[in-house]
Design a binder for this molecule. Structure first.
Ligand code: TNX
Length: 574
């Protein structure tokens, strides 16, 4: 593998299989070169050494075209068309700023590990020419997010009707390169791609994950890392739970004490923190560059202790409660009987809407145990109208269901029992659903009793439990057409670092992503398990923490170092 393509300063070879004496023709005569009964002569030894070297240096077989998560709609392998990315490859895109941005993103993904220059250009009619072409073709009939990926001996072509489709084609392409592509520094490898064609498009338009930045605050950089994980698995929404009892995390100019006072706490007594408007814009644009829409949540009328500490006038008794750093829920609420509360909501939602290019505004609505019956529905209906007045589509937890319908409204269902007549009724009145069943999609649930962090109120969720359900049929009396998609929420009462986040996200996030993207007829636990296993070495190479779930046949290679959480004895036992 002393490759002319190897850039100077390249680190050690990472893809040569570990030397195995049992497979060594010198040490094990049956494996290859027959050795004479007595001492081998020099020529025989030289031939054996040559054979060993050739075997070790032979290019490893490329990934299989089918080893993609989420599973594509259609895969047609053609091993006669395998291709190797050359050092001089050029990435050429259609002459369109968004297509060019995807090409630049691809180059940025491939440059660190390959060390190749991978210049990016655009032209009216892109052609692979032993490189990679990203072709926008509105006549391609691939839908708003679909793509076709053709890998042939003369290069790779990704075709899509939109830049979003090209982006997803690029994510697939990335998974088809060897795991070493995830290395942050140059490595020598045979950058082979399996020949054939993939044609792909998602099952559901909404595929998301939620990060609770209120219970514990996470720096912008951590959120950007989470966005990268979403993008890799073709998720297109990041829901940020921005406010809760333990902290208010988004700057609001018209109510400055929300962050001035309300952001200084978090679960366990840590310092908290908040996003300035510039921070939030940075998150939004980083997400947008990865074709991900941010869904901001301001949780109302409950989960508002941090706001009440800052502005006691919003509290029912007009007395500031003490700051809260515990993990109970359901005790706080803004005063639904005071007009000032609705001024507050209009101001806050107005500023958040102005910062948010996406169509959604999430108003929470969960666990407001002390605001009951008509007072609750009346409050929600006013809040829904405020959102509509801002030109946004309202999203709320499914507790919003009994409130009056408002055009386009979306309920996020987090129940654990699919018999939910109240939600089914709201759907009959026009609501659409995002499914986040607590006992399948809640990433804060433990995998197993010994998972060092997380909850278990909705049960344990191992990878199979996360994977084995159907969003299209999960709720009784709710038709598939009412399901906008799926979302995996990560609540962070027990989560304090990026490593914690990743431990709970991986490998379950890809399972939820597959439910959102892949056609139901590809659903197959055994196949998923095998495809998912190929991602272990990728995460390991990228330095990403993940749970070595015992039900996944991770490849037995030394390329997966143990990823251990500091609190964790051993994640491999259940
Ligand atoms: C319920 S799910 C909550 C959150 C907690 C979570 C812990 C939902 C809408 N509300 O306030 O963080 O359980 O799993």
């Amino acid at each position: 593998m002393t490759d002319a393509n190897t850039p100077p300063g390249v680190a050690a070879v990472s893809t040569i299989p570990a030397f195995d004496p049992a497979a060594d023709p010198v040490a094990a005569p049956t494996a290859g070169v027959p050795l004479p009964a007595r001492e081998p002569d020099a020529a025989t030894l030289a031939r054996a050494a040559e054979r060993t070297a050739a075997e070790l240096l032979a290019p490893p077989a490329p990934q299989r075209l089918t080893d993609v998560v989420p599973a594509p709609q259609q895969v047609r392998p053609d091993p006669t068309e395998d291709w190797v990315l050359p050092a001089e490859a050029v990435i050429v895109a259609s002459a369109d700023p968004a297509a060019l941005a995807v090409a630049t993103h691809l180059a940025e993904l491939l440059r660190p590990a390959t060390g190749y220059p991978l210049p990016v250009t655009d032209t009216a009619t892109p052609d692979p020419a032993d490189g990679i072409a990203l072709v926008l073709d509105e006549t391609a009939d691939l839908g708003a997010e679909g793509y076709r990926l053709d890998i042939k001996t003369n290069g790779v072509r990704v075709t899509a009707g939109t830049a979003t489709g090209l982006f997803y084609g690029v994510q697939t392409l990335r998974q088809l390169l060897p795991p070493a592509i995830e290395s942050p520094t140059p490595v020598t490898a045979h950058w082979a791609l399996p020949g054939g064609t993939i044609t792909d498009a998602p099952r559901f338009p909404y595929r998301g994950a939620m990060l609770d930045v209120a219970r514990h605050f996470f720096a912008v950089e951590d959120v950007l890392r989470v966005i990268e994980h979403l993008a890799r698995y073709k998720l297109n929404h990041l829901h940020l739970h921005l406010t809760d009892d333990q902290g208010w995390r988004i700057a609001v100019d018209s109510w400055p004490k929300l962050t001035g006072v309300g952001a200084t706490t978090e679960v366990g007594g840590g310092p908290g923190g908040h996003y300035t408007k510039a921070d939030y814009r940075r998150i939004v644009s980083y997400a947008a560059a990865r074709h991900i829409t941010v869904v901001p949540e301001i949780d109302l009328p409950g989960h508002t202790n941090s706001a009440l500490v800052a502005y006691p006038e919003l509290a029912p008794d007009k007395i500031a409660p003490p700051p809260y750093t515990g993990t109970e829920v359901g005790f706080s609420y803004v005063d639904p009987a005071d007009e000032r509360t609705y001024d507050f909501i209009a101001d806050v939602l107005g500023e958040v809407a102005a910062l948010t290019p996406g169509p959604w505004l999430h108003i929470g609505g969960d666990e407001a145990f002390k605001v009951k019956g008509e007072v609750y529905t009346g409050f929600v209906e006013r809040a829904q109208r405020i959102v509509a007045g801002l030109g946004k589509t309202v999203v709320g937890w499914h507790q919003l269901a009994p409130a009056g319908h408002l055009d386009g409204r979306v309920l996020q269902w987090w129940g654990t029992n699919g018999e939910d007549p109240t939600t089914a009724d709201a759907v009959r009145r026009g609501a659409r659903l995002i499914l986040s069943p607590g006992n399948h999609a809640y990433l804060d649930m433990k995998y197993a009793p010994d998972t060092p962090i997380g909850h278990d109120w909705a049960g344990l969720i191992d990878v199979r439990k996360a994977y084995d359900w159907d969003p299209g049929t999960h709720l009784t009396d709710v038709p598939t057409e009412a399901v906008l998609g799926v979302e995996a929420p990560l609540w962070t009462e027990s989560v304090t670092s990026l490593a914690d986040i990743e431990l709970l996200l991986l490998p379950r996030l890809p399972a939820i992503a597959e439910l959102g993207w892949s056609p139901r007829d590809t659903h197959d636990w055994n196949g998923f398990r095998d495809r998912l296993a190929t991602h272990g070495p990728r995460w390991a190479t990228a330095g990403t923490t993940f749970h070595r779930a015992p039900e996944i046949p991770w490849p037995a290679t030394p390329t997966i170092p143990e990823q251990r959480h500091p609190n964790q004895a051993d994640t491999t036992t259940s």
